[in-house]
Ligand binder design. Sequence first.
Ligand code: PLP
Ligand code: TYF
Length: 395
Amino acid sequence: MFETLHKATLDKIFVLMAEYAADPRSEKIDLGVGVYKDETGNTPIMSAVRKAEARIHENARTKTYVGVSGNRGFCNAIVDLVLADSVDRSRVRTAQGPGGTGALWILIQLLNRAKPGARVMISDPSWPNHWPMMELAGLTPEHYPYFDPKTRAVDFDAMLATLDTLGPDDIVLLHACCHNPTGANLTEAQWDQVAASLARTGAFPLLDLAYLGFGDGLEADAYAARKLASSVPEMMIAFSGSKNFGLYRERAGCAIAIARDEAGADIVGSQMSNVIRASFSQPPDHGAEIIRVILEDPALRAEWEAELAQMRERMKRLRVKLAEAIRKQSNATDYDFIAEHSGMFSLLGLERDVVERLKTEDGVYMINDSRINVAGIPEDRVDALASHLLAATRQ
Ligand code: PLP
Ligand code: TYF
């Protein structure tokens, strides 16, 4: 059986994590994998999560099956959080997925049923899992221009020009906020233009929303989702609770589909359930139940929002500090973009050999495309990191 197979390559992120763990240097700096870290380098369990877990532990009376579409209270709370009143709920159907990846998987399976082999436009670059997921589902990935390595900002004219050429048979995957890996995002005015383009061409938007609240706040980060929901007849959103609730391993995500009307929504909802039944039958409940308890309880919700704001502000502060330290040491503004980007990442635009040197000579770890996780910047050693970056790029 297995003799027809070749050894598959592991995602480079996991290789880097292993290299970092094996590095004995005490001054090593981990700007690699996309998980939030506090000032001690720990990825904390949020206090609202601990309290919700205690409550669940106290009150739960059964572990029987929840249902194919998962925790309904969780899904409804996520629709409230993401879409607010931007769309008539009779057009919305949801299913819980195992993480944001699971939610995305349900949605793209459904898209491939609706339009087998359809073209999916993906930002260049994008989260490394997007392309293989589309291929595995049977869809046809292609890139649209996104990041300009010279300005380290979105090349919006090129992006929009490509979107304008699409038609009703095309799907467009968009990062709703906090773009991974670049950190470069659209302004609200640019989202308005994207919404108008999609409404005009009929291309179908699929939003990946994995970092709600990590950019400029829960409301600001939901702008794209709400703007598109009120502008186009049909769309989908894959929500992840991994980062903003710190629930990574619990796998809590929500697949949201918006149809033209209620009858269309019923069909889409039934198809989502059908895909899930044949894929993994039911999602895990624990993470979703934690999020439901938090979002439905005003006090826990306020605690979560405050903790999320703290995480967001810490990442912003680290961005500003690193950009300032580089500016001070180099007398140049080349790295000011780090402070202008938002979310957990910035793509520095370094050559592969520079990234490699930073790792081997200085113990500074980042993804080989030069993506840094800003939550990994050591606040007390920002100057040292700045000098490593400057020295490595000067060689
Ligand atoms: N989409 C993007 C852009 C991501 O960066 C991630 C995680 O890093 C995900 C989706 C999926 O997250 P998860 O499946 O862990 O919820
Ligand atoms: O760093 C990133 O972009 C993510 C991290 O199952 C990640 O890819 C790691 C494991 C996983 C999902 C996402």
